[in-house]
Design a protein around this ligand. Structure first.
Ligand code: ATP
Length: 215
């Protein structure tokens, strides 16, 4: 399905807009100006107007944006009106935490199948999600038409599992390991390295602290 090609930075802001618009809708607000939106979501209003213009949306001078229209528009773009099923591979500590996390609360995404090589956990149900043995990976993904996978496996096996996912026609992988995986161009990877994020935070705080100390 060909859709409007939008810059990555714009795409990343869409869920933020979407959430805030939902808050406005709940509060019975019919319209919102780009300035109001800007203050609420901490994105400058010129950027908001530019972001919205990629969709040919929809503001009127002196009126602002129609909340409901904007929402239904974003809903489609963000696929919020269709439930997206996601697979999780590796039900260890982090995997368990993600299974317990209620993605569904703020989005129309849910983990609907999990996989693990450990026989003690395969063929059980964890946090309401069935855990399948790895031997069933391709079969289940194809049958359940799952195109997105979360990887919370040890680094040593992550590339092999990635290859299996590619073979099962997965289109997107969220990689929680520190290893950068190789995929064909048709597959999108989002890396989330929690240790790295924390170290970056610590670095900035230390750096900032030094600057303060030195001044
Ligand atoms: P973490 O906190 O990173 O989840 P952990 O200590 O709980 O770590 P790991 O050794 O990182 O456990 O393994 C995570 C999960 O991945 C475990 O449940 C393990 O059984 C599973 N796993 C290991 N190898 C494979 C594999 N080849 N295929 C699928 N799952 C695997």
């Amino acid at each position: 399905m060909a859709e409007t090609k939008i810059p990555r930075a714009t795409a990343k802001r869409l869920p933020i807009y979407y959430r805030y618009l939902n808050i406005l809708l709940d509060a019975d607000k019919k319209r919102v100006s780009s300035t109001e939106l800007s203050e609420a979501v901490k994105v400058d209003s010129a950027t908001i107007r530019r972001d919205f213009s990629y969709f040919g949306a929809l503001g009127k001078r002196g009126y602002g944006y129609d909340v409901e229209k904007l929402l239904s528009f974003f809903k489609k773009i963000l696929n919020q009106d269709t439930l997206t099923n996601v697979a999780l591979i590796g039900v260890g500590n982090l995997g368990h935490a993600l299974l317990n996390f209620n993605f569904h609360k703020n989005s129309n995404v849910r983990i609907s199948a999990a996989f693990d090589v450990n026989e003690a956990i395969a063929n059980t149900v964890q946090s309401g999600v069935p855990v399948y043995p790895m031997t069933e990976l391709k079969k289940q993904l194809m049958e359940q038409q799952i195109e997105i996978a979360i990887l919370t496996v040890p680094t040593s096996v992550v590339q092999n599992i990635t290859d299996e996912l590619v073979d099962a026609n997965v289109k997107g992988i969220m990689n929680f390991t520190p290893l950068r995986i190789s995929v064909p161009e048709t597959v999108r990877v989002q890396n989330v390295d929690l240790t790295n994020e924390l170290q970056t935070l610590i670095y900035f705080i230390e750096h900032y602290g030094e600057q303060l100390g030195g001044s």
